[in-house]
Design a protein around this ligand. Sequence first.
Ligand code: PMV
Length: 314
Amino acid sequence: MTHAIGEAPGKVLLIGEHAVVYGHPAIAIPVRGVQARVEVELTRHGGMELLAPDLQGPEAKGDHADAIAPLLRLANSVLELFGEGSQGVRLVIQSTIPIGHGMGSGAAVSVAIVKGICAALGRTLTPDQVSELALEAEREFHGNPSGVDSAVVARNEPIYFVRGKPPQTIAVGSETFRFLIADTGIPSPTYKVVNDVKALRDREPARVDSYLWELGSMASVMREIIRGGSAQELGVCMNHSHGILRELGVSSSDLDRLVEAAVEKGGLGAKMTGAGRGGAMIALLGSATDEERLSAELRLAGAQEIYSTTLGGG
Ligand code: PMV
């Protein structure tokens, strides 16, 4: 086959952003309502071409401004891995995942490229091999990525992730967890916020390490809740983690406003998600929470876009 499609979902972090960079556990879940899609065409005459209107348009700032060259290098690495380095390739990338909003758009595009080229060559890789390749491109975007983004979008399942170790898929128990993700509409380059946390840790190691350790411990508690606990318990953990992320200085007034609105207007818990300072927050709905009403309240509190996703229930 010379023509194929590669796809990957968006993602959010349920717990452990920033802590995961320092070796603590995190939980990430796919957001399947948004996705990156890459059309791959192999050509015998060599050469590489990449068309990415969503990445190259006026929105393409921050982490994605120089995305094209790393993505071409990634495509070349996949071809070379299979001894097909002389093949030419044409990639057309489309993505509905907002760029720089903590929803894993860079990782999803990279994973979709790897999957699409594999499909075009008629070859397969394990999800861990796919995410390892995609991580090469992410290193060029972010500098020091933990790898959690590429791991969750390559698996398309909720994962418990510790840097440098194989991710573990989390089997959801009998509870269905319903979430709303509300985007502030403000892009925030991950590498800048990660660098700021590093600078704070250099200045105040004991305080920052105790926060990072607490976030990591909560990831283990939340994994058990997803396997067999209640949505109420998960909500408590989410609220607590938002407080810690505020102490780390990675929230913002826009994110705090959305988190407060979610909790006041019927959510069981809420927190910012991803690097912070902009991007999105995630709210957990109770069984009695009216999704449309809460979405309207979040829009009143400043949300520019709202996405929903669930864990479990089928
Ligand atoms: O790309 P974002 O905004 O979802 O941030 C990823 C989470 C961080 O822990 C802040 C960075 C990382 O590499 O894990």
